[in-house]
Design a protein around this ligand. Structure first.
Ligand SMILES: [Fe+2]
Length: 443
């Protein structure tokens, strides 16, 4: 899709971008080798196929064709090769300087039955794919990966994730690390297709998705075109923050945007207030938030970058008794205790940084021994890996972090988590409970 001299121009613009990184002092270890994948398919055949959940009964199938006239149609059914249903959607494309994307198709299919495998074909051409819908009730299993990229480490992480029969993947930002080289977005789409075409991938944006360039390129141009999420269905006006229910409404997931406005006058803030108001914790025992730049972090990488967002939004999450906050950005794993306003609080969310998916920048090795939050940090390690959250019922979930150990996946950290909606001392208000239980009572 791009000529060599255009690629060279992209690399130059990429270098310009990396020079404005706020991360001046941090020296990363050698990066993993990037794996780039070219298309070997006819122009009309779908590539870069991925699916995302839209409400409890629909899925959005997204793919790209080099053929600018290919139809945005998905044929699907419950038996291989027999497509009982068909749905038509929309298409878009974008330009980034001299790069022109292929035709990007988004088709919403459904209503679908829960916990069911569907066979589907995109654009009436090419291969048959399958996806599995999420269960309508608990239990449900999430895979959680941040800062993914497309390296040999990424390949290991995704293979490990795929070895579990998870229901949905949650990604708190930094997907392709294209960093203005738009062909790397295409390569990333091919890289993850094997996995993202068969389970819903729900993502929010990181700093590597911004890709703005002065007045010429608006932020998130490629990300918004390629990774359309169900923001309208949650009353949001931006693809950069949204929410959705899963497991019949037993779990509400909120995806926040670290790189769009979040002050008290912002659209994101107002949307978050209204979204949290709609959550009935009698019906929805689990409330989970994802964002990119962590609010709590004892690694020297990206220190303080999430602080202004924390100051703006933390009290809202605390008052709503959010159970878990996942972040990325720091290329390591770190699990904190429950926290509110820099202090351990049994009614605050548990914070987990999971920015260790496998990107090209390498690991953030330097955890600070004298950091002010070190007593709140329960487990921290700079290794690549992924997380699994199994929400078993209305009161208990199991979290595990799986380190990439050579070619194997090894459980390095795990914990049982109790929903705050089932803790009487936390039900009355958003204020800290005086009947403080042990910090580690969930360990
Ligand atoms: Fe990041």
């Amino acid at each position: 899709m791009a000529k060599p001299w255009l690629l060279a121009l992209s690399i130059i613009t990429s270098l310009l971008f990396s020079s404005v990184s706020p991360d001046f002092n941090y020296v990363r270890p050698p990066p993993g080798k990037i794996i780039t994948l070219k298309s070997n398919k006819p122009e009309s055949h779908p590539q870069q196929v991925h699916v995302s959940a839209v409400g409890n009964e629909y899925m959005r199938v997204s793919w790209i064709t080099d053929d600018k006239h290919a139809p945005s149609v998905v044929d699907y059914g419950k038996v291989t090769g027999k497509y009982e249903w068909s749905a038509t959607g929309e298409q878009t494309k974008y330009h980034y300087f001299f790069y022109s994307s292929g035709l990007i198709h988004h088709v919403k299919v459904g209503p679908l039955e829960p916990n069911t495998i569907y066979f589907y074909r995109c654009g009436k051409a090419g291969d048959e794919y399958t996806f599995k819908t999420s269960p309508a009730t608990l239990p449900i299993e999430f895979a959680v990966i941040g800062d993914l990229g497309q390296t040999e480490w990424t390949a290991s992480t995704l293979a490990h994730v795929d070895s579990s029969n998870y229901d949905m993947l949650l990604l708190p930002g930094d997907l392709s690390y294209a960093d203005t080289q738009q062909t790397l977005w295409d390569s990333f789409g091919r890289f993850v297709e094997k996995y993202a075409s068969k389970r819903p991938w729900m993502v929010t944006e990181g700093n590597h998705e911004v890709e703005s360039f002065l007045f010429f390129i608006e932020p998130f141009k490629a990300y918004n075109a390629r990774w359309l999420m169900p923001y309208e269905e949650s009353g949001s006006t931006s693809n950069l923050y949204y929410s959705f229910d899963v497991a019949g409404g037993s779990v509400h997931v909120i995806m926040l945007g670290s790189y769009t406005d979040f002050d008290s006058n912002s659209d994101q803030y107002k949307w978050l207030v209204s979204d949290l108001k709609k959550v009935n914790r009698e019906r929805t025992p689990w409330l989970i938030v994802l964002l990119h730049a962590p609010w709590y972090n004892t690694n020297s990488a990206h220190q303080g970058e999430g602080e202004s967002m924390r100051q703006s939004l933390e009290s809202l999450l605390y008052a709503a008794h959010v159970d878990l906050v996942f972040a990325g950005h720091v290329h390591a794993y770190e699990r904190f205790t429950r926290i509110y306003d820099n202090k351990a609080d049994p009614c605050g969310p548990m914070y987990i940084t999971i920015g260790d998916g496998g990107n090209r920048e390498g690991l953030a090795l330097d955890f600070e021994e004298d950091h002010k939050s070190v007593s709140l940090s329960m487990f921290r390690e700079a290794s690549f890996g992924h997380g699994r959250l199994k929400v078993l019922n209305g009161t208990h979930a199991h979290w595990s972090w799986h380190r990439n150990q050579d070619s194997d996946s090894s459980v390095a950290d795990e914990i049982w988590i109790e929903s705050l909606s089932s803790v009487d001392a936390c039900k009355t208000s958003g204020k800290s409970s005086s009947s403080s239980s042990s910090l580690n009572d969930e360990l």
